[in-house]
Write a protein that binds this ligand. Structure first.
Ligand SMILES: Nc1ncnc2c1ncn2[C@@H]1O[C@H](COP(=O)(O)OP(=O)(O)OP(=O)(O)O)[C@@H](O)[C@H]1O
Ligand SMILES: [Mg+2]
Length: 238
């Protein structure tokens, strides 16, 4: 499997007669900051769910870090980090209790130290003892970010990483992701914010109506003096 961390082959998901993801094949190498772009309802979240063993494809296969995500969904979730699109941390735990809870499930050492790092880095130390239900949206998002990276996974899936975060934290998170892939980690994320994709991604894919329309390097678009926005709009309108 040398350097391929995600290998999806003809992934298809049908809900009844509706095809949400249509024969999607993608290969993603170690160290990529990979952005999955596409209009609302184009199949991004469904793709991430299939790659992380949360949803069984109708057909096709996907290997993640050498693990078959369909046959071993729990194993996949042990080794990757996931920030889901919608879920919030449990309402009845404090921010700190939630991070400790995740750390225990992940059987981590030095839990205090690891949690302290995230409260400090994402600047929500003062929110540690607040029940998750009473946290602001952005703070809940910080907590979800922390839980995904707490066990220092080799690969993380992030469904809309930066929405709800203020510009200061956005900058920090972008720098964190850039540093993370520089050190050999891999990020697979979906976003609607094309400026962010343009700024930090090494590679992007564009899907529409479940079909892969484009996969390529941001560098190549820049060489052609195309803005990602123009490219995206043209491709999706066609
Ligand atoms: N459990 C489900 N049952 C039926 N249809 C579903 C289900 N999950 C997703 N879909 C449909 O599949 C399509 C793709 O949904 P998905 O959530 O993957 O889109 P998306 O690209 O993530 O969109 P957004 O940008 O709005 O987050 C949509 O038409 C959605 O309604
Ligand atoms: Mg989505």
């Amino acid at each position: 499997m040398i350097d391929i961390v995600i290998s999806a082959n003809n992934l298809t998901k049908k809900f009844g007669n509706f095809i949400a993801v249509n024969n999607l094949s993608l290969e993603i190498k170690k160290g990529e900051l990979f952005g999955l772009l596409g209009p609302n309802g184009s199949g991004k979240t469904t793709t991430i769910k299939m790659m992380t063993g949360q949803l069984k494809p109708t057909s096709g296969s996907v290997d993640v870090l050498g693990v078959d995500a369909i046959a071993q969904p729990i194993r996949v979730r042990e080794i990757v980090g996931i920030i889901p699109e919608q879920e919030s941390p449990p309402s009845f735990l404090t921010a700190e209790e939630y991070l400790h809870f995740v750390a225990k499930i992940r059987k981590l050492d030095n839990i205090e130290e690891k949690c302290d790092y995230w409260f400090d880095f994402l600047e929500f130390e003062d929110q540690r003892q607040i029940l998750c239900k009473d946290l602001s949206r952005g703070t809940r998002q910080k907590l979800m970010f922390a839980q995904a990276f707490l066990h220092e996974p080799k690969l993380a899936f992030i469904d809309e990483p930066l929405i709800n975060l203020d510009p200061i934290i956005q900058r920090k998170v972008k720098d964190y992701l850039l540093g993370y892939v520089k050190k050999g980690g891999t990020i697979f994320f979906s976003t609607h914010v094309l400026e962010i994709a343009e700024e930090i991604c090494t590679q992007i894919a564009i899907i529409d109506k479940g079909k892969l329309l484009y996969q390529g390097r941001i560098k190549d678009l820049k060489k052609k003096r195309q803005t990602l926005e123009n490219f995206f709009l043209k491709l999706v309108k066609e």
